[in-house]
Design a protein around this ligand. Structure first.
Ligand SMILES: Cc1cc2nc3c(=O)[nH]c(=O)nc-3n(C[C@H](O)[C@H](O)[C@H](O)COP(=O)(O)OP(=O)(O)OC[C@H]3O[C@@H](n4cnc5c(N)ncnc54)[C@H](O)[C@@H]3O)c2cc1C
Length: 449
């Protein structure tokens, strides 16, 4: 008999017969004895969905959360508005999943984006579809999504205990046996259950509670953890004008990511600059490849086409038209202002090597050609990326081929299930990551008796 990780039977968690619970859970040990069928670790998007689903099928479910509230991350998603899913058809949805889309497919079949929409609307959260098929609550409040998920658990009788940090898993002979945890009073305790669903999330935004704890336990039990990297994260640049660009928002830009001088990804849309680096949907979508390449010590650059709708000759005509509309005594900066947002004028004139205060009558045709080149290919060497503190997701995680895609059960430890960001599954921005949490959480919670 093989026992992993911890001392046995310090004190069992005393489980309770199924009954409704309030948001403010008691300590785990305060419950009467009965026995848990399932323990879910982590009350985030995936954990709440898994726990509520299992409880709805009649399982006695204990949900342990180390923070003082459920769904802390959900509450800050989509800048507080929660882009809860994306309404695209399944094939297009799958294209946005960056790795292991095949693994994700059965979970999505079981609980897809349409079902997510129905799930929340049934619980009184009216949703609306915005640009890019992104789905948000009409109220504009991520809080409503978190509350609906919590109510799903409470209404189905999940026992939720907060301020309780799980510290390890126990498996015997490749079968899950239980876990150890630190209770509200700081004592080490043990709880047992034949099924444990691990939904501790990734490493991003650790202040929400997601500090990557589950990866260590999964690795201790023989799972492979694909290298963890911040994803959907800002990119930093060594461009000499980077500081002067803070606050600039480019609404319609085409960006091409080059790795070792090879174009690897092209994105069209919004991009912005801040003290954290290059941000906005376009940069975030490129960050996964960029971060991976930076860690592999490869050369990375981002080239911006600031006028993606205008081929060179049309842009040339446009510039000459703008110059004719100005006077010869107008300044080069005034011409630039007609072409780019205000915050870009100084950086751009620096790049073209024509001072902004130069009279247009002194600007040469060669310099106009240089301007066209810069507008169509402004290059930013990418030298780093933002930290876990501000990454939207985690790339890497529990290797998917070690998990059954039809049940989310570990292929190594029976009775152990995974869902959400802990898995090596991540997607672009646009509501896809929460859908991954909901689909895999739902499937993990659909346990067989
Ligand atoms: C700022 C931000 C905005 C985002 N916006 C969107 C968006 O609009 N749309 C979208 O699709 N995705 C968005 N995401 C991504 C999305 O929120 C995550 O992918 C998703 O929440 C992952 O769900 P999860 O349940 O796997 O993990 P989490 O939501 O991280 O939940 C994990 C839970 O486990 C708990 N936990 C961890 N360790 C322990 C332990 N040892 N013991 C007990 N409990 C533990 C944590 O406290 C936490 O409550 C955003 C992410 C961030 C950071």
């Amino acid at each position: 008999m093989r026992q992993r990780i911890i001392k046995r039977n310090e004190q069992s968690l005393a489980p309770t017969p199924r009954r409704k619970t309030a948001e403010e859970g008691t300590d785990v040990e305060e419950q009467e004895e009965a026995g848990w069928d399932v323990i879910v670790i982590g009350a985030g998007a995936a954990g709440l969905m898994a726990a509520g689903t299992a409880a709805r099928s009649g399982f006695r479910v204990l949900l342990l959360e180390k923070m003082d509230k459920s769904g802390r991350k959900v509450r800050i998603t989509g800048k507080g508005r929660c882009n809860v899913t994306n309404a695209r058809p399944p094939e297009e949805f799958a294209e946005q999943v960056r790795v292991n889309a095949d693994f994700f497919a059965p979970a999505f079949d079981e609980f897809n984006n349409k079902m997510t929409i129905r799930f929340f609307e049934k619980r009184g959260v009216k949703l609306e579809i915005e640009r890019g098929d992104r789905v948000f609550p009409q109220s504009g409040k991520a809080w409503d999504i978190a509350t609906a998920l919590l109510e799903y658990c409470v209404d189905n009788g999940v026992k939720i205990v907060y301020n309780t940090r799980v510290t390890g898993l126990i498996a015997i002979s490749d079968k899950i046996y239980g876990l150890k945890y630190r209770n509200k009073r700081g004592y080490e305790r043990q709880a047992e259950a034949p099924r444990i669903i691990l939904t501790t999330g990734g490493c991003s935004y650790p202040l929400t509670g997601s500090t990557g704890d589950g990866y260590h336990w999964a690795a201790d039990l023989g799972h492979t953890i694909e290298p963890l990297r911040p994803s959907l994260v800002s990119l930093t640049t060594s461009h000499p004008q980077a500081k002067n660009l803070h606050g600039v928002l480019l609404k319609n830009t085409k960006a091409t990511l080059y790795i070792d001088n090879e174009p690897v990804r092209e994105e069209l849309g919004e991009l912005s600059f801040s003290e954290r680096g290059i941000e906005g949907a376009v940069a975030l979508r490129m960050s996964r490849d960029a971060v991976e390449a930076l860690h592999a010590k490869r050369r990375v650059k981002m080239v911006l086409d600031l006028k993606p709708g205008l081929p060179d000759d049309i842009l040339r005509e446009r510039i000459h038209r703008e110059m004719e509309a100005l006077t010869p005594e107008s300044l080069f900066a005034e011409l630039l202002r007609k072409l780019v947002p205000k915050g870009m004028v100084i950086p751009l004139s620096d790049e073209v090597k024509v001072h902004g205060q130069t009279y247009l009558k002194k600007v040469t045709l060669v310099e106009i050609e240089r301007l066209i080149k810069v507008l169509k290919g402004l290059t930013f060497p990418i030298t780093g990326h933002g930290s876990w503190d501000y990454a939207v997701t985690t790339a890497g995680g529990v290797r998917c081929d070690e998990v059954n895609p039809l049940t989310m059960e570990s292929k190594k430890i029976s009775g152990l299930y995974f869902a959400g960001e802990i898995l090596d599954l991540d997607a672009n921005t646009g509501g896809y990551n929460l859908q991954i949490a909901f689909s895999t959480g739902k499937l993990a919670g659909m346990l067989k008796k």
